[in-house]
Design a protein around this ligand. Structure first.
Ligand SMILES: *Cc1c(COP(=O)(O)O)cnc(C)c1O
Length: 344
C-alpha cells in the first residue's frame, strides 16, 4: 500500500481530511449497520438534540506504526468502555464495546495510507464521537443518534525534546462535585475554554483545577490528569472524593507500569494543594503527550511552586515512566497482555 505524499515530520495537531470516516446511526431503539463514508460532512436537522442540549460524548486514541512495520493501537477496549459509560451518564444509547473496537479497526484499515511511518513521531489520531441527531425541542434525550469516527494524521506532540511547562491555579472550576467531570463529553470543554484562553494569554501552558467544593485538593488540568513524585521516588496520583476527575487511560496504564514493571510505590489518594511543595516532580498525562512535565505552578496569590529541576529538565522518575510506556506502545518493551492491539 502506497503512503500519502506527506512531510510527516512537519505535521502539527490539526485536522486533515483522510479517505474515509466511519458512521453508524441509532434509530427505532437500535444501532444500524457499519458505514465507511468518503463524505466528511454531517447534514442534520436544525432541531437536532446536539445543537440545543449538548448531547455529545467523545474519545481520543491513536494508531501508529511499530518498528517491525505493524499498524497498532493502544488499549482501544478502555476507550470503548469509557465512551459506553460517558454515553449512559448523559442518556445516550451506549455503543457496544465490541462494535467500537471493530469500528476503530475498520476505519484505520480503510485509511492505512494515512498512518504515519515508524520513526516520524507522527500518528493517526482517532476521534470517535457520538451526537444526538434526532429532533428535540422540549428538554429530554433525543431518540436518534450518530456514532462516528474521524481519523486524521497528526505530528509529534513535542518537536525537539520534551520541555517542562508552567501552569496556573485556575480561579474557575472545571467540574461540579458529583457532576460530569468524570465523563468525556464536549460540555466539559465548552466551559474550560475561557480559563484556558486566559491562561494561555498570561503565558501558561494550562490550568491546574482544584476541587470545586472546597478548593483544597488538586483535581486535573483542562485535558490531562496529574502525577506527582515524592522525594523518595514514589508516585502519588490525585483521587477525587467528589468523583470529578476524568479516568485517564494513560494515568491508569502508568500506575500499572509504575507498580508492576518499575516496582515503584504508588499512592492514589486525595492530594491537598498545600502539599505540592513536598513533591519533587509533577507531570500531566494523557494520550497526546503521554506525560508533559510541569516545571512550576503559580497559585492564586501569585506564589510560585517549583518542582525539582524546574523549567530546565524532566525529572528522572517521570522520564523513566514515560520511556517505559512509550517503549511498550512501540513494541520495544514487553507490556501487559492485550495492551497493544494489532490492526494490520
Ligand atoms: C481525555 C482526557 C484526559 C486524558 O485521558 P487519556 O485517556 O489518558 O487520553 C484527561 N482529562 C480529561 C478532562 C480528558 O478529557
Amino acid at each position: 500500500m502506497e503512503k500519502k505524499d506527506i512531510d510527516w515530520g512537519s505535521l502539527t495537531f490539526a485536522y486533515t481530511k483522510t479517505d474515509y470516516s466511519y458512521a453508524c446511526n441509532y434509530k427505532d431503539g437500535a444501532w444500524g449497520e457499519d458505514i465507511l463514508t468518503p463524505d466528511h460532512s454531517i447534514v442534520m436537522s436544525e432541531c437536532a438534540g446536539i445543537f440545543h442540549y449538548c448531547q455529545e460524548v467523545f474519545e481520543g486514541l491513536k494508531a501508529y506504526t511499530t518498528k517491525d512495520g505493524r499498524i497498532v493501537c493502544f488499549r482501544p477496549d478502555m476507550n470503548a468502555q469509557r465512551m459506553y459509560d460517558s454515553a449512559q451518564r448523559i442518556c445516550m444509547p451506549p455503543f457496544p464495546v465490541d462494535r467500537f473496537i471493530n469500528a476503530v479497526k475498520m476505519v484505520v484499515k480503510a485509511n492505512l495510507a494515512w498512518v504515519p511511518p515508524f520513526g516520524s513521531g507522527a500518528t493517526l489520531y482517532i476521534r470517535p464521537f457520538m451526537i444526538a441527531t434526532g429532533d428535540v425541542i422540549g428538554v429530554k434525550p433525543a431518540t436518534e443518534y450518530q456514532f462516528r469516527i474521524l481519523v486524521t494524521p497528526v505530528g509529534p506532540y513535542y518537536k525537539g525534546g520534551v520541555q517542562p511547562v508552567a501552569l496556573k491555579v485556575s480561579a474557575y472550576d472545571r467540574a461540579a462535585p458529583h457532576g460530569t467531570g468524570n465523563i468525556k463529553a464536549g460540555l466539559n470543554y465548552a466551559m474550560s475554554l475561557y480559563p484556558s484562553v486566559e491562561a494561555h494569554a498570561e503565558g501558561y501552558a494550562d490550568n491546574m483545577f482544584l476541587d470545586s467544593q472546597t478548593r483544597t485538593y488538586v483535581e486535573e488540568s483542562g485535558g490531562a490528569n496529574f502525577l506527582f513524585v515524592t522525594a523518595d521516588g514514589g508516585l502519588v496520583v490525585p483521587q477525587s472524593f467528589t468523583d470529578s476527575i476524568l479516568p485517564s487511560i494513560t494515568r491508569r496504564s502508568l500506575v500499572q507500569v509504575a507498580e508492576d514493571i518499575l516496582g515503584l510505590k504508588v499512592e492514589q489518594r486525595p492530594v491537598r494543594f498545600d502539599e505540592i511543595d513536598q513533591f519533587v516532580e509533577c507531570g500531566m498525562c494523557g494520550t497526546a503527550a503521554v506525560i508533559s512535565p510541569v516545571g512550576k505552578v503559580v497559585d492564586l496569590e501569585g506564589n510560585e511552586h517549583v518542582f525539582g529541576a524546574g523549567m530546565e529538565h524532566v525529572g528522572p522518575v517521570l522520564a523513566k515512566l514515560r520511556a517505559t510506556l512509550t517503549g511498550i506502545q512501540a513494541g520495544e518493551i514487553e507490556g501487559p497482555e492485550g495492551w497493544v492491539v494489532e490492526i494490520a
